[in-house]
Design a protein around this ligand. Structure first.
Ligand SMILES: Cc1ncc(C[n+]2csc(CCOP(=O)(O)OP(=O)(O)O)c2C)c(N)n1
Ligand SMILES: [Mg+2]
Length: 329
C-alpha cells in the first residue's frame, strides 16, 4: 500500500489535533456500534461501514467552509457525522425508525440534510458524480463562491458517467473537488484486477483537470491537499481531483466475509497506518495531551454513540401513513 505516515513535525495546534481525534473517533465508534446493531438484527438491508477511512472525510471537512456542499456514495455515515449531522438521527435511520433523518424510510444509503448541505447517500455506483457536478453548476451560476466535494470510490472511477462529468466540469470550469476514495477494493475486486493503472487521478489530465495523490491515512495531509483543491476551485480555475489512498478494514458491506484478502493484510494496515492512532501518537509525543486526556475524550465519544443507539432503539417505527408522504408521482 502506498500510504505512510508523515514524518515531518506538523505545524498544528493541540486543539486542532484534538478536534480531528474526536471527529475520527466518533465515526469509528459510531460504525462499530452500527455493526453491533446490525448483528442484533436491529438494522436491515445494506450497511457499508467507513472504518479505516475516517481521515479522508475529517481532513476534507476541515478544508471546507460554511455553505460548501458534499455528496457521496452508500458508504456515507462518516460523511454525515463529519459535516455535523446528528448521530442519533443517522443511527435511527439505520434502524428504520421515525426519528431517522429520512423518517426511517431511507436507511443507511439514503439520507440528506439541507441544513448541512449534504446531498446523499447514493446506492447506484457513480450516480453521485454527475449530481455533484450539477450542484457545482448551480453554485457557479449563482456566483456564490461555494465548492462541492464529490466523493466516489476506485470502483466507481471506472464508470463512463465519471468521464462525461469530467468533460462537462472542465468545459464549464465548475467549482467541484472530485474526491476518489481509493480504498483498494470495489466489493471483492482488488484495484489491480479492475483498473488499468495504479493511480487514477491522472485520468483527469485527458480533460485538463489537475489532481494529485493524497495519503488518506494522514488527516493533516488530507486537510492540506483539500485546502489546495478548494483554493483552486474558489479562484475560478475549475475542478480538481484528489485521489485519496485509504483502506477499509471491514468487508464491503455487513454481508461480506471479505475472503478475497488475508487477515494479515488488514492487520498490517491497522498496525502501521491507522489514521486515529497516528493523531493519538502526535498528541502524546508532542505533549499536547496525556493518556488521561485521551481517555476522557474516548469516554465522551462513547457516551454520544451510546445515546445515539438508545435513541435509534427507542424511536418508534414510522406510521403506515408515512407510506403516502415524500413521494413524487
Ligand atoms: C451501477 C451499479 N453497478 C454495480 C453496483 C453494485 N456495487 C455496489 S458497490 C460496488 C463497488 C464499488 O466500489 P468502490 O467504488 O470502490 O466503492 P467502495 O465500496 O470501495 O467505497 C458495486 C459494484 C451498483 N450498486 N451500482
Ligand atoms: Mg473502493
Amino acid at each position: 500500500m502506498a500510504v505512510r505516515k508523515t514524518t515531518k513535525k506538523p505545524n498544528v495546534s493541540a486543539e486542532e489535533l484534538k478536534t480531528y481525534y474526536r471527529e475520527m473517533l466518533l465515526i469509528r465508534r459510531f460504525e462499530e456500534k452500527a455493526g453491533q446493531l446490525y448483528g442484533m438484527g436491529l438494522i436491515g438491508g445494506f450497511c457499508h461501514l467507513y472504518i479505516g477511512q475516517e481521515a479522508v472525510v475529517v481532513g476534507l471537512e476541515a478544508a471546507a467552509e460554511d455553505g460548501d456542499k458534499r455528496i457521496t456514495s452508500y458508504r456515507d455515515h462518516g460523511h454525515m457525522l463529519a459535516c455535523g449531522m446528528d448521530p442519533g438521527g443517522v443511527m435511527a435511520e439505520l434502524t428504520g425508525r421515525e426519528g431517522g433523518l429520512s423518517k426511517g424510510k431511507g436507511g443507511s444509503m439514503h439520507m440528506f440534510s439541507k441544513e448541512k448541505h449534504f446531498y446523499g447517500g447514493h446506492g447506484i455506483v457513480g450516480a453521485q458524480v454527475p449530481l455533484g457536478a450539477g450542484l457545482a453548476f448551480a453554485d457557479k451560476y449563482k456566483d456564490n463562491g461555494r465548492v462541492t466535494f464529490t466523493y466516489f470510490g476506485d470502483g466507481a472511477a471506472n464508470q463512463g458517467q465519471v468521464y462525461e462529468t469530467f468533460n462537462m466540469a472542465a468545459i464549464w470550469q465548475l467549482p467541484v473537488v472530485f474526491v476518489i476514495e481509493n480504498n483498494q477494493y470495489a466489493m471483492g475486486t482488488a484495484q489491480a484486477r479492475s483498473t488499468s493503472t495504479k493511480d487514477i487521478y491522472h485520468r483527469g489530465e485527458a480533460f485538463g483537470i489537475p489532481g494529485e495523490i493524497v495519503n488518506g491515512m494522514d488527516v493533516l495531509a488530507v486537510k492540506e491537499a483539500g485546502e489546495k483543491a478548494v483554493a483552486h476551485c474558489r479562484a475560478g480555475k475549475g475542478p480538481y481531483i484528489l485521489e485519496v489512498k485509504t483502506y477499509r478494514y471491514r468487508g464491503h458491506s455487513m454481508s461480506d466475509p471479505a475472503k478475497y484478502r488475508t487477515r494479515e493484510e488488514v492487520q498490517k494496515v491497522r498496525e502501521q497506518s491507522d489514521p486515529i492512532e497516528h493523531v493519538r501518537e502526535l498528541l502524546l509525543t508532542g505533549k499536547h495531551a496525556t493518556e488521561d486526556d485521551l481517555k476522557a475524550i474516548d469516554k465522551e465519544i462513547k457516551e454520544v454513540v451510546n445515546q445515539a443507539a438508545e435513541f435509534a432503539k427507542e424511536s418508534p417505527e414510522p406510521s403506515l401513513d408515512e407510506l403516502w408522504t415524500d413521494i413524487y408521482a
